[in-house]
Every structure is written in C-alpha cells, then in structure tokens.
Design a protein around this ligand. Structure first.
Ligand code: ARG
Length: 477
C-alpha cells in the first residue's frame, strides 16, 4: 500500500518495529477527540484563509461522519494517520489539507486532554456517589456506639458515623484534587504544530475556544512537551485509591473483631471452611492502590531524564493513564455499594470497649480537671488502676483507694459515670468529635461542599457538550 506517512521518503517499516511503535490500541480512547480536534483545526485553517470554503465544507462534512468511527490500523502507526488515511479514501486528495499547520505532537497532547477532561468529570461523579453513600450510612449511625483504634489497639469511645465521616472528609479533599487536576488539563496545546508553530496564521486562542478549553498552553514547545497534567490526574487518582485502601483495611480489621459486618454481596466463603465470611472485595481494593501508585511512578519515570519537546517515549505514558482511570472507576463503584451495606455491631463494640478500657483517657482527664491533678500524674494513677483491674481487682475501688492516698476523695458513682463509654460520647464537645450533634454538623457541611462540586461538574459538562455541538452543527453551512 502507498504509505500515507512515509510517502516517497522511506521504504516500508519493519513489521515488528511497526507493531511496537504503534499506539492504535490506546488510541481507541481518543478516537472521537481526534476527530473533534480536526474539525476545530479545519475551521481554524479556513478562518486563517489557508483553505477554501469549498474544501472546508467537504472536509467538515466528512469529519462529522468520522465521529461514528473509522478503522484504526497499526500500519498507519496511530489514530491520527488512520483518520487521515480513512478521510482520503472518502474524499480524496483534499483530505491532505488537514495536515497543514498541525502535527501529531500537538494533536495527541490535545486529544489526551479532551478525553481526560471528561474522564475526570465522571470520576468526580463516582466519587460524589461514594461520599453520598457514606453520608447516608453516617446519618443512620450518629449514635451507634463504636470505638477508635491506634496501632490497631482499642483507643477511645466513638460512633459509627464519626469513623465513616473521617473518610467523607478525605474523599472530599480528593474531589478538590480532581478539580485542581481538571484545571491543569483544561488548557489547549493546539496550533503548536511540531513544536515551533507554523507559517499559517492560525488563531490558537480561537482554536482553544472551539474545543471548549478554559485556556491556552502559551509556549508551543511546552505545549507538545508537557505531560505534568497527566501526573496531576494520576496523583489525584492515586490519592483516592490510598484512601480506599485505608477504608478497606479498616473494614477487614473491624470484621475480624466482629464489630462491623458487610452485606453478603461483598463477601466470599471458603471452599473448605463453611463458616467463613471473607472480606475478599475489600482485600482486592486494598491492594489496588499499589497498581495505581506504580502507574503514577511509572509515568513519571518515562519523563525523567527525557529531553524537551516530543519524543515517542511519551506515547508509553498514555496507556498507564487510561489503565489507572479504569481501575479507579471500578473500585469507586464497588466501594460505593459496599459502604451502603455496612452494619455496625454495637453490642460487640461495647463489650470490647469495656474490656479494653477505652474510657481510661476520659478518666485521667476528669481527675486532672476536677481535682487539679497534673495530667501526667492522673495518667499514672489511672494506668495503675487499669493494671490492677487486669489482675482481677475492681477498677473504681482501686482508683478510689489510689486517689485517697493523694488526699482526694471521689465516689464510685462519678467514676463509673465517666467510665461508661456511651456517656463518654455525649460528654465530649470537641469540634469534629464523635458527639452526635458534631456528626450532624459535619454531614451538613459536607453536603454543602458536595453541592458545589456537583455544580462544577454539570457546568463543565454543559460547556463541553455545547462546544462540540457547535462544531457539528455550524461548521459547513
Ligand atoms: N502516537 C503518538 C502518541 O501517542 C502521537 C504523536 C506521534 N508523533 C510523532 N512524531 N511520531 O504520542
């Protein structure tokens, strides 16, 4: 076949060399974006008086048909040449105009950004769904007794909502990260051509606007060279996955302690031990962050030491981006479902709380506050009482005895009140703490923030949709 790219300059490429340098597999993802870019470019060429109205009209019409799909063939190296090839089969030589003032270098950078823009918006929607589910389960559990841990040892008295809301905030920050990444992605490299512009007086600002970008990558060399926008996206995704991993690890540990359970839909059993309910989904989600992290580091490794401008090495970054997006979309959705089925076992949590003295810190604080005992001393007294209690003595009476030696008289009733884990939750007024009122306040705050993100996503989606529709509708009339 006559090679649309190699022309009379080069003999055909080695078959295997062609295969390893082709990007058609990953290019499926940007196929539509490439057509839109070509539409904007053809309009820009016409506005720059570089092509006739007649040619512009013909090409625009043919391009709009290409939006329905065209064959991607590795023999043309990539989607860009496959499109030009298909277009030339359909409208002949005038298809060749699309190559004017444009390179695959600016085109691929633009196409990745167009596709990534939409992917980030749909990730924001999936993340919002997860946060909403967390809020729903939280609002049903603002008074559900639960415990916190440090070093995976029982720590303090808390509630189911307080634990879950810690994740809602973390995911809300991830939402902000996705939004920041979006701003980095939403800038146009188009019109830079190979890396230093062209003779055609293309209006790069207009081309950016036609593609619905919020801004321009001003420097043409930077435009074809930069992949940091991909790192921003990959980092946001990795951060979500690390939070999902932590959530999974908690779920696994809490299930093992019997203080939390999942819906059957998210557990598996053993082929030999019929009693088992294994949190296998959480285990897989826990491990996924490692894959996402390696995609981020792997992508950065490709540019480390690489010269500026376009080098084909950059092509190896894109599949990592799409792979990470597919992974994170999947685990976000699965975790949304899993969270909805979380059941707290309050009774077990209370038993563990008592056995593990989760109110010991409350007691030390109480003694310190009420009797002006320096906290460290109060800490030692309670620690001694806890030790005695582990050896079979009664905690309150040991404590009363120890305090008496310091000249402090307390009664068993007030000690037992402070020791009561449920009362502990009601007594703490710390902002953001486990008090039910604080959880309700947090739920309201998070809901308000979610609304802002929701508006951002719908406004951005409308803007993208409108710009594409404008190109499809008006171009050639
Ligand atoms: N297939 C390439 C990529 O995905 C497009 C740019 C190729 N440019 C080039 N000069 N060979 O990055």
């Amino acid at each position: 076949m006559t090679d649309i790219l190699r022309g009379k300059r080069l003999e055909p490429m080695d078959e295997l060399a062609l295969k390893i340098t082709s990007s058609v597999e990953a290019d499926k993802r940007i196929q539509k974006a490439v057509v839109y870019i070509n539409m904007a470019h053809v309009l820009a060429l016409y506005n720059a008086r570089a092509i006739s109205k007649e040619d512009m009209t013909k090409i625009m019409k043919a391009l709009s048909e290409e939006l329905g799909g065209f064959p991607l063939d590795y023999r043309y190296e990539d989607v860009h040449m496959s499109l030009e090839q298909d277009l030339s089969l359909k409208i002949g030589d005038i298809a060749g105009h699309i190559g004017l003032a444009k390179s695959r270098n600016d085109q691929v950078a633009t196409a990745i950004r167009l596709e990534l823009r939409e992917e980030l918006l749909s990730l924001m929607e999936s993340l919002e769904a997860l946060i909403e589910n967390i809020l729903n389960v939280s609002s049903e559990n603002v008074k559900t007794f639960f415990i916190t841990f440090t070093h995976l040892q029982p720590a303090q008295a808390s509630t189911g909502a307080h634990w879950l809301l810690s994740y809602a905030w973390a995911f809300l920050r991830d939402m902000e990260r996705l939004k920041m990444a979006y701003a980095m992605v939403d800038m146009s490299p188009m019109g830079s051509a190979a890396n230093a512009g062209s003779l055609v007086p293309i209006d790069r600002y207009e081309e950016a606007e036609m593609l619905g970008f919020s801004g321009l990558i001003e420097n043409t060399l930077d435009a074809v060279s930069a992949r940091d926008f991909i790192f921003d996206a990959l980092y946001s995704i990795t951060s979500i996955s690390l939070n999902l991993s932590k959530l999974s690890a908690d779920i696994i540990a809490f299930m093992s302690l019997g203080i939390l359970d999942l819906d059957d839909k998210f557990v598996s059993t053993s082929s030999i031990m019929p009693q088992k309910r294994n949190p296998v989904v959480a285990e897989i989600v826990r491990s996924k962050s490692s894959i996402l992290m390696s995609n981020l580091i792997g992508a950065m490794e490709i540019v480390r030491g690489l010269n500026s401008s376009y080098n084909l090495d950059l092509q190896e970054i894109t599949p990592k981006l799409w792979a990470s997006i597919d992974e994170i979309s999947m685990i976000l959705k699965v975790m949304s479902g899993m969270v909805l089925g979380i059941k707290f076992n309050q009774k077990k949590a209370e038993e563990l709380a008592k056995k593990a003295f989760v109110t010991a810190s409350d007691l030390a604080e109480f003694i310190s506050l009420k009797y002006s005992v320096p906290f460290r001393e109060a800490h030692h007294i309670v620690g001694e009482a806890v030790k005695g209690s582990e050896e079979g003595e009664e905690l309150a009476s040991t404590l009363i005895e120890l305090l008496k030696q310091k000249g402090i008289n307390v009664n068993a009733e007030e000690i037992n009140k402070i020791l009561n884990p449920t009362i502990s939750i009601e007594s703490k007024i710390t902002a953001g703490g486990p008090h039910p009122k604080e959880s309700l306040r947090q739920i309201n705050m998070i809901n308000l923030k979610l609304k802002e993100f929701e508006d951002f996503v719908s406004t951005s989606k409308r803007k993208i949709e409108k710009t594409y529709q404008m190109m499809i509708n008006k171009g050639w009339y």
